[in-house]
Design a protein around this ligand. Structure first.
Ligand code: 6PG
Length: 235
C-alpha cells in the first residue's frame, strides 16, 4: 500500500497518527507496543509530531518500548547519531523510563555490539519470537534501508537478526536489524520524502526486483506501508 501526501509535514502528521493508533491497538491486544525507530533525517518531523500534546496524550507511554532499526557507531551527541536525533525529537518529550528505551550501543567493537543487541532482543521478546509491532524504515538513494547497505554482506544476512556493517566509504561502523528481523514485523512503514528519492523509489517499487536491499523487505505475516510525499512520488 502506498499513500502519497502533498508534503513532508502532512506525511509526518499521518505517520505520527498511524504510530499512535497502532500503539493503542497493540497495547489493547497484547499489553505493550514495541517499535523499531528509523534514523536519518526523514523521520525527525514524525517524531516531533508524535511528541505534540494532541498525539502524545493518546499514547499509553508506560506500555511502549522503543528499539532501533539501525545505528551509526558514533557518540550520542554526534549529529549522525540516530539515538541522538530521536532523543531530541521525541524521547525527551514523552514519559518513558530508561528501561523502555533500547538503543543500539556500539561504542566498542561493532560485531560484539551486534551480538549484544541480538541477545537483548532475544531476552526481551522471550519466550515469543522477536516480532516488532512496527518497524519504521527510510530509503537511501542507493536503495538501502536501515543500514542494509548495497555491496556489503548485510542485506543477505539471513541467520543473525542484528549485524554490523563497515564500509570504506564511512569512517564509522553501523549496526542494523537484518531482513529476517524486519520481516517478522507486524507492520513495516517506509517514510520517503523529497525529489531526490523519486528515482530510487520508482526503481524499488516498479523496477526489477532483487536489485536493492529495500526490495528484500516483505513481512511474511505482516503488512508493509509506504508513506511518501508528492516529490518522492514524482515518477
Ligand atoms: C541510517 C538510516 C537510513 C535512512 C536512509 C534515508 O541510519 O542511515 O536508518 O536507512 O533511513 O538513509 O535517510 P534520510 O531520511 O536522511 O533521507
Amino acid at each position: 500500500m502506498i499513500r502519497v501526501f502533498a508534503d513532508l509535514e502532512r506525511l509526518s502528521q499521518a505517520a505520527a497518527e498511524l504510530i499512535a493508533g497502532r500503539a493503542q491497538l497493540a497495547i489493547e491486544q497484547r499489553g505493550r507496543f514495541c517499535m523499531a525507530l528509523s534514523g536519518g533525517s526523514t523521520p525527525r518531523s514524525t517524531y516531533q509530531q508524535l511528541a505534540q500534546p494532541l498525539l502524545r496524550d493518546r499514547v499509553p507511554w508506560s506500555r511502549v518500548h522503543l528499539f532501533w532499526g539501525d545505528e551509526r557507531c558514533v557518540a550520542e551527541n554526534d549529529p549522525r547519531s540516530n539515538l541522538g536525533m530521536a532523543r531530541k525529537a521525541l524521547l525527551d518529550q514523552v514519559p518513558l523510563t530508561p528501561e523502555q528505551i533500547h538503543p543500539m550501543a556500539c561504542a566498542n567493537d561493532p560485531w560484539t555490539a551486534a551480538a549484544a543487541y541480538q541477545r537483548l532482543l532475544e531476552e526481551f521478546f522471550s519466550p515469543g519470537e522477536i516480532r516488532f509491532d512496527l518497524v519504521l524504515l527510510g530509503l537511501g538513494e542507493d536503495g538501502h534501508t536501515a543500514s542494509l547497505l548495497p555491496n556489503t554482506p548485510a542485506p543477505q544476512e539471513n541467520r543473525r537478526l542484528v549485524t554490523a556493517v563497515q564500509t570504506s566509504r564511512e569512517d564509522f561502523a553501523r549496526l542494523t536489524l537484518t531482513i529476517p528481523a524486519i520481516n517478522l514485523a507486524r507492520l513495516v512503514v517506509f517514510l520517503v520524502s523529497g525529489q531526490r528519492k523519486a528515482e530510487i523509489l520508482h526503481q524499488v517499487l516498479r523496477g526489477p526486483q532483487g536489485q536493492y536491499p529495500a526490495q528484500l523487505v516483505a513481512p511474511g505475516k505482516g503488512e508493509i506501508l509506504w508513506l511518501v510525499d508528492s516529490d518522492a512520488a514524482g515518477q
